[in-house]
Design a protein around this ligand. Structure first.
Ligand SMILES: [Mg+2]
Length: 106
């Protein structure tokens, strides 16, 4: 399954009020990113070993991806283009030696 096929598949499980898609999906994305952090926190705290953490991270990263793909789809963004533009941006920063630091327009 490629990225565009995946994004189309997420439509089948997209259940939320259409009028609040932006709020719902951004909150969901942040929430799932928090779940990723929670797994890492438990690993650092030694509540779970690396194998267990990896297993959980695989699932949580999938959840992050679902919300990311739904946001792209709802906003009419081509997910393939989004990731390609991101790589171009980062490669330009590397060339300009501005990978470190902050701000979107480096
Ligand atoms: Mg989750």
């Amino acid at each position: 399954m490629n990225l565009n096929e995946y994004t189309l598949k997420t439509r089948e499980t997209a259940i939320y009020p259409p009028e609040t898609f932006l709020e719902y999906l951004t909150l969901g994305l942040a929430s799932e990113a928090g779940e990723v952090s929670g797994v890492v926190k438990k690993y650092i705290r030694k509540d779970q070993n690396l194998d267990v953490a990896k297993e959980k991270l695989e699932k949580e990263l999938g959840d992050v991806m679902w919300y990311w793909a739904r946001l792209c789809d709802e906003l009419g963004l081509d997910p393939q283009q989004v990731i390609e533009n991101n790589i171009k941006k980062l490669q330009a920063r590397k060339v300009n030696q501005t990978l470190q630091g902050d701000g979107d327009d480096r």
